[in-house]
Design a protein around this ligand. Structure first.
Ligand code: RBF
Length: 162
């Protein structure tokens, strides 16, 4: 897995855009909540650390990762946010649902990025087992929520003027 090579929480603070005045929506799935709550909390902490006000962060939950598409879509269409972060965790089981959900969410969020002017950040962890998800939500490999927050701030800053 590519993230074996990278700690998801490590970034150069001097290169992260200041988040002051930025408004960020976070939509997160309740499915696998042990993981998604840790990702959500990581994203919030990193946004605040980089200047975003707590009051400028809006959290909305959806039942499962598949619903992230609708949740992110509603946030984007509201026009209230400079970026939207979608957070979920899909763990491969013995069912084809893993592939359907991963492909569906990826396609849905990709489409939002093409059709609307608000960046949607892909915070979906897709792993073979729970341990790999734990490693990426505050464990050995850092927290993908941190990475999503940094990515959101970079995307806002880089495309604000276009
Ligand atoms: N949602 C997740 O966020 N992560 C999962 O690992 C996950 N696994 C699922 C496995 C099965 C067999 C089913 C039926 C649903 C699963 N879901 C999962 C829920 C899915 O994202 C969605 O909420 C439901 O399918 C209702 O649209």
């Amino acid at each position: 897995m590519a993230t074996e090579l990278k700690n998801l929480s490590s970034y150069d603070p001097s290169k992260v855009a200041d988040g002051s005045g930025r408004k960020v929506g976070i939509v997160y799935a309740e499915w696998n909540e042990e993981i998604t709550y840790a990702l959500r909390d990581g994203a919030v902490k990193t946004l605040i650390k980089n200047g975003v006000s707590q009051s400028d962060i809006t959290l909305t939950s959806v039942p499962g990762s598949f619903e992230l598409i609708f949740g992110a879509s509603q946030m984007v269409k509201s026009g209230k946010y400079d970026a939207v972060i979608a957070i979920g965790c899909v763990i491969r089981g013995d069912t084809p649902h893993f592939d359907y959900i991963c492909e569906g969410v990826t396609a849905g969020l990709s489409r939002l990025n093409v059709e609307y002017d608000t960046p949607v950040i892909f915070g979906l962890i897709t792993t073979n087992n729970l341990q790999q998800a734990q490693e990426r939500s505050g464990g050995r490999l850092g927290n993908k929520g941190d990475e999503c927050a940094v990515t959101a701030l970079q995307m806002i800053a880089q495309f604000k003027h276009i």
